[in-house]
Design a protein around this ligand. Structure first.
Ligand code: GLN
Length: 307
C-alpha cells in the first residue's frame, strides 16, 4: 500500500480519511503516542460525521465530506494545543456511562474505574448492600457516585464537592442518566458534614478521589492535564500531602457504620503513609492496591465491627 504522508499534498489540506489520520499522527506526534493520536482521530471523526470507527476502517480511502472539514480542522487545532479531547467534545466515559465534563471539572480516569470496581466488591461485604447509604467525597463530575448509584439502585447515594462547577456538572450528569444522587457543597478540609446528610444515619460505604498531586510533580505531568484541568482537583500542599486523607479518615471514623468500608485513590508515592494513617485512625483490614499501570493507587479500610 502506498504511504500517505503529508508531503504528498504540501500546501493543500488532507482529503481522504486516511490522509486526515496521517495529519493527526503528524501534528499530534509531539504530544501523543501514535495509538493515542489514532484514537483521537477516530473519536473526532465519529463526533463530527457520525461515522463509527468500525465503519470508517472500511472507508479510509473516501474523502471526508466537505461540510465536516472545517470542524475537523478546528478540532485538530485545539488538540494540537493539548486541549483534552474530553473538553473539546464536552464528554468523557466512565464505567460504561457517558458523562459531561468541561473546564473546571476533572476528567474521570481509568484508574478511578478500578477504585469503583473495588467499591462494588466491598459494599456487599458490609452486610447492607441493598438499602446502603453511600457517600462520595470530592465527586467532581460525579463519576464514582453515579456509577455506584447505577450499580446499587436501592442505595441512597450522597456526593459532595467544594467546587460549584463540579456540583452543577454532577447534577446535570445525574439528570441526564436518570440517577438520583444527593449533592451538597462541602469542603472536606473544613468542619463537619451537614446535619441534613448525617441525620439519615451512618454510611456503609465512603469513597473519595481527592486531590493528591504534589506541585513538585508538575514536571512529570503532560500539558493536556497541567494547562487545562483544574488545579483545585489535582494539587495539594507540598508540605502536607496527606491533609485530605487525615480529614477523610476523620469523617469516615465519625460516619461509617460498623463493618463499613472507606476507599480512596492515593498518590503512588505514599502507600505506606496512607496505610499507617488509616491504621492509626483505628481502621481494620487496611489494604493498598495497584492500578493497571502497576502503581500503588488505592487504599481500602474497614470500620471495626465492634467499636
Ligand atoms: N490521577 C490524576 C492525575 O494523574 C490525579 C487525580 C487526583 O489528584 N485525584 O492527573
Amino acid at each position: 500500500m502506498k504511504a500517505c504522508g503529508l508531503n504528498q499534498h504540501v500546501g493543500s489540506d488532507p482529503v481522504t480519511f486516511r490522509q486526515w489520520k496521517e495529519a493527526f499522527r503528524q501534528r499530534l506526534g509531539v504530544l501523543y503516542e501514535q495509538a493515542e493520536a489514532d484514537s483521537l482521530f477516530y473519536w473526532s471523526v465519529e463526533e463530527i460525521t457520525g461515522i463509527s470507527k468500525a465503519r470508517l476502517l472500511a472507508e479510509m480511502e473516501q474523502p471526508v465530506p466537505l461540510k465536516s472539514v472545517p470542524l475537523l480542522k478546528s478540532v485538530l487545532q485545539r488538540l494540537e494545543k493539548a486541549e483534552p479531547v474530553q473538553y473539546v467534545f464536552g464528554k468523557a466515559f466512565f464505567a460504561g456511562m457517558e458523562l459531561r465534563v468541561g473546564p473546571g471539572v476533572l476528567i474521570p480516569r481509568p484508574e478511578t474505574e478500578e477504585l469503583f470496581q473495588w467499591a462494588c466488591e466491598s459494599l456487599p461485604l458490609s452486610g447492607h448492600s441493598a438499602s446502603a447509604r453511600i457517600l462520595d467525597l470530592c465527586t467532581g463530575s460525579g463519576a464514582l457516585a453515579l456509577a455506584l448509584a447505577k450499580t446499587f439502585p436501592d442505595a441512597q447515594v450522597y456526593a459532595c464537592d467544594l467546587s460549584s462547577i463540579a456540583l452543577s456538572t454532577a447534577g446535570r450528569n445525574a439528570h441526564d442518566l436518570g440517577l438520583s444522587v444527593r449533592l451538597f457543597q462541602h469542603d472536606v478540609l473544613e468542619g463537619n458534614l451537614p446535619e441534613s446528610v448525617v441525620a439519615g444515619g451512618p454510611f456503609q460505604l465512603m469513597v473519595s478521589n481527592p486531590p493528591y498531586v504534589l506541585p513538585s510533580e508538575k514536571d512529570l505531568m503532560r500539558s493536556n492535564v497541567l494547562d487545562y484541568e483544574p488545579d483545585m482537583a489535582l494539587f495539594v500542599d507540598e508540605e502536607d500531602p496527606l491533609a485530605f486523607y487525615r480529614a477523610l479518615a476523620r469523617i469516615a471514623r465519625a460516619h461509617l457504620a460498623p463493618g463499613g468500608f472507606f476507599l480512596a485513590e492515593i498518590n503512588e508515592s505514599f502507600p505506606r503513609e496512607n496505610k499507617d494513617l488509616l491504621v492509626a485512625a483505628g481502621f481494620e483490614e487496611v489494604e493498598v492496591r495497584h492500578d493497571f499501570r502497576g502503581k500503588h493507587r488505592m487504599v481500602r479500610a474497614r470500620m471495626p465491627l465492634f467499636i
